[in-house]
Design a protein around this ligand. Structure first.
Ligand code: GUN
Length: 297
């Protein structure tokens, strides 16, 4: 079998178009312009690219966006002071603190300082708890993007067996919480594998849907998926490739060449989950602004 490609780039474009329509409608009816503050600490090149792409996508969708770039030497107190200021700034309905933060800053402390109503990344423990209980306020962008890709590609997880490989707070755990709910685009039987799992292949081979999110280049190989499975690749790994001018290239957590021979559908890297993450963040920012415009429930 040669897999159908799940084109995250095209889907993301569609969603960004839908968000732009929603932004216009909100501005037209209430005058409220959705705003997103992005905070970038340090000079990690990958993070700088993500934040730049987010800003561009905001502009295109009519969302007001400002990036706060802080030096790698910024203290935790300085960052917390900025977060407190942004919490109060009515121009911003969403605040995104790009992770990872430099090692001298506690990510947990910074996330706890965010106003949960502006936490469009869905990382504050209150929002994590609401998601787990099936009352999501903000779903983290990457898991939301994975769910949307499954549904839009005609592979609704409802009633399916989903194996998530990876248990990060930003992808694996919230994705499992999202897909296990008795809710639209979910209601799956979810298994989470991680470094403590004795035989990951034994579990992924049983899955209708495999989501690779463990951050190991091409670790999911053809022998680990069953014929006709749907495979979503969340990984973004830069590996050496002397045949490229840059000397490197991006690969996912899935061995695309091998697995695409067996899967019925597969998301590529790049052009899969990455663009969807940005689109879903815009969608959450619009949602935050719509709620703010409506006033307290
Ligand atoms: N770093 C990598 N992905 C993400 C994300 O979705 N949100 C934040 N805040 N940081 C990230």
């Amino acid at each position: 079998m040669s897999a159908k490609i799940i084109d995250g780039k095209q889907m993301a474009e569609d969603i960004r178009g839908e968000v732009a329509v929603g932004v216009k409608a909100l501005v037209g009816s209430t005058g409220v312009v959705p705003g997103l503050a992005a905070v970038l600490v340090g000079d990690d090149p990958a993070s700088a690219i993500y934040v730049r792409n987010k800003r561009r996508a905001c502009e295109e969708a009519g969302i007001f966006s400002e990036t706060f770039e802080l030096a790698a030497t910024t203290t935790q107190e300085e960052l917390l002071a900025l977060v407190a200021k942004l919490n109060e700034d009515e121009r911003f309905h969403g605040i995104l603190v790009q992770l990872p933060l430099p090692p001298h800053i506690s990510e947990r402390t910074v996330i706890l300082a965010l106003d949960p109503n502006k936490d469009v990344d869905g990382l504050h423990p209150l929002n994590v708890g609401l998601l787990l209980q099936g009352e999501p306020r903000f779903v983290p962008a990457t898991p939301a993007g994975v769910q949307e890709m499954l549904v839009r590609s005609g592979n609704d997880p409802w009633g399916k067996s989903v194996v998530v490989v990876g248990r990060s707070n930003i992808v694996g755990k919230p994705l499992a919480a999202l897909l296990m709910q008795k809710a639209k685009g979910a209601n799956a039987t979810v298994t989470v594998c991680h470094t403590g799992t004795a035989d990951i292949g034994a579990l992924t081979r049983q899955a209708d849907i495999v989501v690779a999110a463990m951050g190991r280049p091409r670790a999911i190989t053809a022998d680990m998926v069953r014929d006709g499975a749907v495979v979503i690749d969340v990984g973004i790994n830069r590996i050496e490739d002397p045949s490229r001018k840059s000397g490197t290239r991006l690969v996912g957590d899935v061995d695309f060449e091998g697995v695409s021979e067996k899967a019925s559908a597969i998301s590529p890297v790049p052009g899969g989950v990455g663009p969807m993450t940005i689109a879903m963040l815009l969608k959450s920012t619009l949602l935050a602004a719509e709620r703010a415009a409506r006033g307290p429930a």
